[in-house]
Design a protein around this ligand. Structure first.
Ligand code: PBG
Ligand code: ZN
Length: 323
């Protein structure tokens, strides 16, 4: 039917009809709030490149997680910022490491909150790379046992899901086997299956103090031009035992989210990363965009592209607004 018989504007004429026919919804339950944990007591340290985000000591983190849980946010994704680094990332899999202590404290104090933990080595390595370094090379297979040990240590502390973000080949299989061997067959894996070598991680590297000290991450993170490779990696991780596959960053890669959503039957997560957050905050602080509208539109777009789960620094704030 053509105009004048067909008038699409009828479905946009009032808030009531727009709400009735809206195709995509954002809800607190399908969002994860990233949380940075640091050493110390009663610490709530602002992250300069991410205004409104903080690094919490374990005690302060527990208090924050209670609020996040009460708001109905789907869960948290924990990142550790250790006091010390070395070239074996020993803090990543230490029994009393920063993430391990945070996980068990949260598990104990905030029952019912879904606790996921990032599994990577970069924040614990003196050189800042996500794997073991030989010369200038990032060694794949030598890294796998360290990642597996890290994942098992998080599971022992009580993590519901581990989220490997290192982009080494074969790590999902290695982690799955190690978790099963240790009896943690009920601990899930949310794989950062499709993670691009992105400029949009800049603010995070300040927050986690995890910038590489030489070179870059392009020999392990994906080339931004590729989408068939994304489908391949998501499919491989699904076959290797991932329970959720992630695409990251989110807004510059909406087409990738859509393609991965079609290719796998697992839940697909998308990570609205630190640089996406920082761009919205910076533009809003200058009065150049409407902050809340830009947040809602960005999250809606990520959901519309096909993300079942959205990891966002805005999760708690949006949950508060939706409540
Ligand atoms: C660690 C890791 C990074 C992010 C999540 N896990 C940084 C990186 O790979 O350099 C980025 C998150 C963000 O930018 O918000 N491998
Ligand atoms: Zn890393």
């Amino acid at each position: 039917m053509k105009h004048p018989e067909s008038r699409p504007r009828r479905l946009r004429g009032s808030a009531a009809i727009r709400r009735l026919v809206r195709e995509t919804h954002v809800s607190a339950a399908q969002m994860l709030q990233p949380v940075f944990v640091v050493e110390g007591d009663d610490v709530r340290e602002p992250i300069a490149a991410m205004p409104g985000q903080y690094r919490y000591s374990v005690d302060a983190c527990v208090a924050y997680c209670k609020r996040v849980s009460a708001l109905g946010v789907g869960g948290i994704l924990l990142f550790g910022v250790p006091g010390q680094k070395d070239d074996r990332a020993s803090g990543a899999y230490a029994r009393d490491g920063i993430v391990q202590r945070a996980v068990s404290a949260i598990r104990e104090a905030v029952p019912g909150l879904l606790v996921m933990s990032d599994v990577c080595l970069c924040a614990y390595m003196s050189h800042g790379h996500c794997g073991v370094v030989r010369g200038e090379q990032i060694e794949n297979d030598e890294t796998l046992p360290l990642l597996a040990e890290t994942a098992v240590s998080h599971a022992k502390a009580g993590a519901d899901f581990v989220a490997p973000s290192d982009m080494m080949d074969g790590r999902v299989g290695a982690i799955r086997r190690a978790l099963d061997d240790a009896g943690h067959y009920d601990v899930g894996i949310m794989s950062y299956a499709v993670k691009y070598a992105s400029a949009f991680f800049g603010p995070f590297r300040e927050a986690a103090d995890s910038a590489p000290q030489f070179g870059d991450r392009r020999s392990y993170q994906m080339d931004p031009g590729n989408v068939r490779e994304a489908v391949r990696l998501a499919t491989m991780d699904a076959d290797a035992g991932a329970d959720i596959v992630m695409v990251k960053p989110a807004m510059p890669y909406l087409d990738v989210i859509a393609r991965v959503r079609e290719a796998v039957t697992l839940p697909v997560a998308a990570y609205q990363v630190s640089g996406e957050y920082a761009m919205i905050e910076a533009a809003a602080a200058n009065g150049w965009i409407d902050r809340e509208k830009a947040i809602d539109e960005s999250l809606t777009a990520i959901r519309r592209a096909g993300a079942d789960v959205v990891i966002s620094y805005y999760a708690a704030e949006v949950a508060e607004r939706l409540a």
